[in-house]
Ligand binder design. Structure first.
Ligand code: PEP
Ligand code: MG
Length: 549
């Protein structure tokens, strides 16, 4: 068969890095047989198959890092939950075979998760697929899994977390999926292990192709590359690997510029699971805890106890280091069923962040109570997202005060915490002097950039326009930093720009001395900071370059 022509497909980046190698198709089908025996025996077979799956997963956990083990534990908890086994056993009682009954229940759940509006829920469909197939295999359904080829690029519709964990990634390789999600457990695992991954490639036919180049930075998959493409890719890959190796020694050092100025480097956290495998000494604290994930549980909005337990755990992890927990930033691209407004024509300009919390004080109060209680366990700072007017900050402060008084009256331990704001709405960045009532500012460059450039952060076609390096965005960041300094208010930045090496010199030129970045970006951020000679830049006039645009 002649070699097919090279072609490139675009997906979404889910884990950084570059890989080239043979394509291995992952999709597997597990054969399902009819009932082999009567209902009692079929029920016993199912219960045994589930038990064996729990044992398999428990074995798989041995030697895993805390993050990976957490994901397998999550699957065990799902398997042990009667929400899956009870309806399957009911199906068996009605005459279905164990395999068919289990498959019917799991397929229904997978379809529900896959159709969810929320990406976090959609991403859990792959965990359920994993459980469905594992139990079906234990029921004797067979089903071959693709042979693991060292350095291969695994492709398919989706990949299950345990399939990923069973692979040996020490010889490189990557993952390229038709569906999948950057927020899936597999994507978290891939990022943690440095395995490049691209998702959302769409309904492409890969069958004719044997080799591919995978770019986890841009989200591209190049199929059947020609010699010139391979050569260019190998160069890029070498540069990426060199940058990663060069950044590694900086990870456990403090952020210091070439001329010795200290830059605080904190981390952004979306899921407390991320902290389990991380040494707090690698960072100067947590500059942003996104609390949205907590509100995505199956049992509705989290109550005060659940929130308190999570916030407390995060504060205890950080010890003496500061921890900034942001109040719920639902809405925009983060809908929460039963809470956020439906059918907004432009949700990024709608009832989101603090606007929503103030509109739903009964939900907001619960979060503020949990935060006031957690504040006794560390150096908590509370941050309000999407503030637009000073009155909103005042209203939140009043509510926080009321909640503290209420807790004290109930005899519950609590402490006041500094109350600061995200600067992500241009109205705030333009007039920081109106927000002198805030205890701190944290610049949200992700939203600030999309609002200043009018380029939606979730719209790939305008991604190039939504650039934080745009002189207008940098000018605003600089004036906001200067405004904060004039007020004596501490200011930092917690948007993704803080972890972008190419932007770091500009951000430091703007006067920022504190950046909060994804844990995976700690090494490269500190390495980029170490390249910057702030005194030299000021002398040569590079400082202020963007402010005068
Ligand atoms: C931001 O907007 O820069 C930010 C950090 O918040 P999020 O990305 O959660 O909107
Ligand atoms: Mg934001």
């Amino acid at each position: 068969m002649p070699e097919p022509a090279p072609c490139s497909v675009q997906g979404r980046p889910a884990a950084p890095g570059l890989a080239q190698g043979p394509l291995v198709l992952l999709d597997e089908t597990v054969a399902v047989s009819g009932p082999a025996a009567g209902p009692d025996e079929e029920a016993t077979r199912l219960t045994r198959a589930i038990g064996a799956a729990v044992e398999d997963l428990t074995r798989l956990m041995t030697g895993l890092d805390a993050e990976s083990a957490g994901i397998v534990e999550f699957q065990i908890a799902m398997l042990e939950d009667e929400a899956l086994s009870a309806p399957a056993l009911a199906g068996i009682a009605e005459g279905q075979g164990a395999a068919r009954a289990w498959q019917a229940v799991l397929d229904e759940q997978i379809a529900d998760y896959a159709a969810a509006d929320d990406e976090y829920f959609r991403a859990r469909a792959s965990d359920l697929t994993d459980l469905r197939d594992r139990v079906l295999r234990n029921l004797g359904g067979g089903g071959a899994t693709a042979a693991a080829v060292a350095g291969a690029i695994l492709t398919g519709t989706d990949v299950t977390p345990t399939r990923f964990l069973e692979m040996d990634w020490s010889d490189g390789g990557g993952v390229a999926l038709r569906k999948g999600s950057p927020t899936s457990h597999v994507a978290m695992l891939a990022r943690a292990r440095g395995v490049p991954m691209v998702v959302g490639l769409g309904d492409i036919d890969l069958s004719a192709h044997r080799e591919a180049l995978l770019d986890g930075e841009s989200g591209a998959l190049i199929l059947s590359p020609d010699a010139e493409e391979r050569r260019r890719f190998a160069e890029q890959q070498a540069a990426f690997d060199a940058a990663r190796r060069a950044a590694e020694p900086f990870r456990d050092k403090p952020g210091l510029t070439r001329d010795g100025q200290r830059i605080a480097v904190l981390i952004n956290v979306a899921d407390p699971v991320e902290l389990e495998a991380l040494d707090p000494a690698l960072c100067d604290g947590i500059g942003l805890v996104r609390t949205e994930l907590l509100f995505h549980g199956d049992d509705g909005l989290p109550d005060e106890e659940r929130q308190y337990a999570v916030y407390r755990r995060i504060l205890e992890w950080a010890g003496e280091r500061p921890v900034t927990i942001r109040t719920l930033d639902a809405g925009g691209d983060k809908p929460i069923a039963g809470l956020t407004a439906e059918g907004e024509s432009n949700p990024f300009l709608g009832l989101r962040g603090l606007r929503l919390s103030l509109a739903r004080p009964e939900v907001f109060r619960v979060q503020l109570r949990a935060l006031a209680r957690a504040a006794c366990h560390g150096q908590l700072k509370v941050m309000l997202p999407m503030v637009t007017r000073p009155e909103e900050l005042q209203a939140a402060r009043r509510l926080f005060q009321e909640v503290l008084e209420e807790l004290r009256a109930e005899g519950v331990d609590c402490t006041a915490a500094p109350l600061g704001i995200m600067v992500e709405v241009p109205a705030v960045a333009i007039t920081p002097e109106l927000f002198a009532g805030a205890d701190f500012f944290s610049i949200g460059s992700n939203d600030l950039t999309q609002y200043v450039t009018a380029a939606g952060r979730d719209i790939a076609a305008v991604a190039e326009l939504g650039d934080t390096a745009n002189p207008a965005v940098l000018k605003l960041i600089r004036s906001c930093v200067e405004g904060a300094r004039a007020l004596g208010i501490e200011v930092s930045l917690c948007g993704d720009a803080g972890g972008e090496p190419a932007l770091i010199p500009d951000l430091l030129d703007c006067g920022l001395r504190s950046l909060s970045v994804a844990p995976a970006a700690l090494g490269r951020t500190k390495a980029a900071i170490a390249e910057v000679d702030l005194a030299g830049r000021a002398e040569n006039g590079s400082e202020g370059r963007h402010g005068q645009a």
